[in-house]
Design a protein. Structure first.
Length: 218
């Protein structure tokens, strides 16, 4: 499915790709509504409605991914609330072995995430996946999410890569499309980002549920 000898650089998404998206889904749909309801003396349903309205408004914008924005909106310390449930943070099956193998093959490994630095730091602290990575980029560093071409231009400036010899793995088709527009040749979509949910419909990219399907050495 992938000819590893034609790839030098591997760009990897974090949430839903290397890590189980369940943590994020649980945090935003269960833990935050619960804690917000407690803090404001309202029902969990009212809290969920309020948060949903703001979530759906801004999907895919940098602000939507910004923990400072959310902390202001709910008047609570979002990174601190995330730490309350950090036991739910975990890598997806085969992710660590996949990174290990790519590192052994000498591929350049770059994590590119729309996650805010505060959320990113918590996840690296728990999973320690950064020991396999050459570079970790939050799109907040560039003021542009991966959905925008400005992200890719700035990534190319900071860490030059040949898009024709680059593989990008993400669980969000609109982000893979953005990479495709920039010229990234090899694109893989993770169709099972949340281990507690069913797999998603396949995208028009190479679709895999788990990394063992594209492991360089079985
Ligand atoms: Mg993702």
């Amino acid at each position: 499915m992938i000819n590893w000898s034609s790839i030098d650089t591997v760009l990897l998404d974090m949430d839903g790709t290397l890590l189980d998206q369940h943590f994020d889904n649980y945090f935003w749909t269960e833990h935050l509504p619960l804690r917000y309801a407690e803090a404001n003396n309202i029902t969990e349903e009212e809290a969920r409605n309020y948060l949903d309205k703001h979530i759906h408004n801004q999907v895919g914008s940098l602000q939507w991914y910004c923990l400072d924005h959310w902390s202001t909106l709910v008047d609570m310390d979002i990174p601190a609330l995330k730490r309350e449930v950090l036991h739910k943070i975990r890598t997806r099956p085969h992710a660590t072995r996949f990174l290990e193998q790519l590192q052994q093959l000498g591929k350049k490994l770059i994590l590119i995430t729309n996650s805010h630095r505060a959320g990113l730091d918590i996840k690296l602290e728990v999973t320690e996946i950064d020991r396999y990575l050459d570079l970790v980029i939050s799109s907040h560093d560039y003021q542009s999410p991966k959905e925008e071409q400005a992200f890719w231009t700035q990534l190319q400036e900071q860490e030059p890569f040949d898009p024709a010899r680059t593989l990008f793995i993400d669980d969000t088709p609109r982000i893979l499309e953005s990479a495709e527009r920039f010229g990234v040749r090899h694109l893989v979509c993770i169709t099972l980002p949340d281990l507690n949910m069913p797999a998603r419909e396949p995208s028009r990219f190479i679709n895999v549920e788990h990394f063992d399907e594209i492991m360089p050495t079985k």
